[in-house]
Design a protein around this ligand. Sequence first.
Ligand SMILES: C[S@@+](CC[C@H](N)C(=O)[O-])C[C@H]1O[C@@H](n2cnc3c(N)ncnc32)[C@H](O)[C@@H]1O
Length: 262
Amino acid sequence: MTDLTGTSFEFPGEYYEIMRKDFRSVDAETEFLSSLLPDGGTALDLGCGTGTNLRALAARGYRGTGVDQSAAFVDYARAAGGAGLTYVHGRAETYRTDERYDLVYSLFMTLNYLPRAELGATLRGIRELLRPGGHVVLEFGHLLNFVDTFQPHTVAHHRGPDGVLITRLARQAVNAHAANWRNEETLLVRAADGTVSMYDNFFDQAVLTGPEMRDLLAAAGLTVTAEYGGFRKEPAPFHGRGPLVIVATAGASTAQQEENHA
Ligand SMILES: C[S@@+](CC[C@H](N)C(=O)[O-])C[C@H]1O[C@@H](n2cnc3c(N)ncnc32)[C@H](O)[C@@H]1O
């Protein structure tokens, strides 16, 4: 039997790219991320999807690594290329390397996909992956963001190049007791020649709150330097509305702090 828990995103990357452009501004994201990178710097994208952000950064001369649990998306990202980019098929929470990065980021609510119990360790891992002076950018969905946008059933259409039309039939369910948000989607893809293909996608997202994230960041030794409501630096949302973009840097490590006080 198919395991229908966790996260899927196993459908052709070109269809994800078509839908993504209707939700996001890659230009605003690139501008924001670039402003935190030194010339020619390196970035780590956790939950990189089809590599959209990394390719845009590579076009500006940055290098980077993307990690994603979707084999289909990693295949797409590798085939799409980009100078100085590498991709790892794996989970963000267990990614380890000897490399250190000027910027570690996770966009489009990907943090919400991680098992809640592993968030603390994941953030500590992120801290270890930073170069001195490096930055972290995390965008996550808030409790009220989920509540405000709750739609048990959605039908949406997304148009791509060459007459491709994607119809997304989405179903959502909230398990308030587990603070878990369940999304199931059927994607109907119509090509210009009349061919129809169909894909199932599903994902569970943890419902997070600003205070919870700030506590987890502090416990991981990450100091919040800015909070915004989006990548155009909109004001941080009041009262748990979201999504929230948090910028952080590594504070001194415990060992470093002890050394400083010695
Ligand atoms: C909404 S997409 C965002 C992708 C990308 N960050 C973007 O902005 O287009 C969520 C992505 O998170 C990935 N994902 C979910 N859980 C993950 C995990 N534990 N480790 C790595 N990737 C994960 C999914 O495969 C999917 O590509």
